[in-house]
Design a protein around this ligand. Structure first.
Ligand code: GCU
Length: 430
């Protein structure tokens, strides 16, 4: 009972912080003592770093120039200045497929569960993957792979999932409350179309709070006595993205999965995470980023909604980024990177930016403008982005291009109808 109420409180607190912006009628004018602008006239003017010019001044003229010269520069700049450096795959990582294929959903799918151990020691540093394969599949299947705020056992409606655990702020893992979650993922429409579904709980990789580093995977890499102060040290978003790459390491070994066709999906801070994971690890074939906002797909140089100063305030989400990112709070124009660069790193792979018209804190227009600015890179590969700089209306579904944009009518996060859009997008591009 004590556990249950702790979990409820923890989830409730997180949920409030996630959902508050969609519920607020009047968005807060001040966050962490920093004013928030919602007036387009006061956004300011800015010049974005040029995607098509190399640091030596030479111009990017071809897809090959992009892939071999400019892309590595942009990747390094984002790593150094925004999310922080990830370590390589650990040598002693290993997998345990503890659920090898149980028929579920009236025989429509088989369920697999796998523990990925990040080190030799099996008592800590591990994550559980939950995977559904369409029962009818006679060859490896593409995957929708979601990184979730909920433990696997509360992510999908299936009583056979191993009971998950979530973190308390004291760094203890406690059972995930049954019945409390951020809403269940409806996997059956994907399975019916021959698409497998996999889920991972982000907290298995790294807890989502300031002191999380002591308990998550980043702690494993901290040298004894060291603190997290290196300017390009990895923040929690890099840790979550790193975990996704470790999941990909597993998918590459699973004969039922087509690892070359994995679409990552995540919402909000996990929208930022999937963008960074897909940018960093080109094994991911597609990214669907929901309401990723500041530090994700929204242009930081626009003073609208959340800014670098808000997000990297030490009372807020400083720990999710490299310490360097904080340096650009007072003047984002000093940063060598912006969101169009993060988006462009996906090229030529499909990326869908989904926003919400009332989710002003995440700046849906800032995400659209990042897509507009990243489009020239897609064009190098003969692929399409928005093709216009006129901001689309809510629910307008004609910008679902390889570099796609879709704004639902509503607030922060995914709404049920977004999943139909994702399904169509996956069918079209994966
Ligand atoms: C806060 C934060 C956002 C983040 C969001 C979320 O609102 O300011 O940057 O995207 O939480 O993860 O729900």
């Amino acid at each position: 009972m004590k556990y249950l109420s702790q979990v409820m409180l923890l989830l409730f607190a997180t949920f409030i912080s996630i959902a508050s912006f969609s519920q607020q009628k009047e968005p807060a004018k001040m966050v962490a003592g920093i004013p928030v602008n919602y007036d387009e006239a006061l956004v300011g003017t800015y010049t974005l770093p040029d995607l098509m010019t190399l640091s030596n001044g030479a111009k990017v003229k071809s897809a090959n120039d992009w892939l071999t010269k400019r892309r590595p520069e942009v990747l390094r700049l984002i790593e150094e200045n925004q999310f922080g450096k990830m370590p390589p795959r650990p040598a002693d990582m290993h997998f345990n497929v503890f659920d090898k294929g149980t028929p579920v959903f009236d025989g429509k799918a088989i369920r697999k569960q796998v523990t990925v151990y990040f080190s030799k020691d099996t008592s800590s540093y591990k994550m559980d993957l939950l995977i559904y394969i369409p029962a009818k599949a006679d060859k490896p299947v593409p995957l929708l792979f979601e990184i979730s705020f909920s433990a696997n056992s509360t992510s999908v409606n299936d009583p056979g999932i191993k009971a998950g655990e979530v973190w308390t702020k004291e760094g203890k893992k406690i059972p995930a409350a049954s019945g409390v979650s951020f809403g269940k993922l409806n996997v059956e429409p994907f399975l019916a179309q021959g698409i497998g579904v996999a889920v991972v709980y982000y907290g298995d990789i790294e807890p989502d709070y300031k002191k999380g580093i002591e308990f998550g995977i980043r702690g494993k890499y901290l040298k004894p006595g060291a603190t997290w102060t290196e300017p390009n040290e990895w923040g929690a978003i890099s840790a979550w993205a790193w975990g996704l790459s470790r999941a990909m390491d597993y998918f590459e070994t699973d004969k039922q999965v087509d690892a070359k066709r994995v679409a990552l999906q995540g919402t909000s801070r996990l929208g930022k995470t999937v963008l960074w994971a897909g940018a960093h690890d080109t094994r991911f074939a597609m990214v669907i980023a929901s309401c990723s906002g500041e530090g994700g797909a929204a242009i930081s140089r626009r003073n609208y909604g959340e800014t670098i100063k808000h997000i990297t305030d030490t009372s807020r989400y400083f720990y999710q980024f490299a310490p360097n990112y904080h340096n650009y709070g007072d003047d984002p124009s000093k940063s060598p990177v912006d969101a169009h660069m993060l988006v462009a790193l996906m090229a030529p792979r499909p990326v869908l930016l989904q926003t919400g018209d009332t989710d002003v804190w995440s700046d849906p227009k800032g995400e659209f403008l990042a897509a507009v600015a990243a489009e020239p890179v897609y064009q190098l590969f003969g692929k399409k982005g928005p093709g216009t700089d006129i901001m689309p209306k809510a629910s307008q579904a004609d910008l679902l291009n390889t570099l796609g944009y879709f704004m639902h009518a509503g607030g922060h996060g995914t709404i049920p109808s977004d999943w139909n859009i994702y399904l169509d997008y996956i069918k079209k591009y994966l």
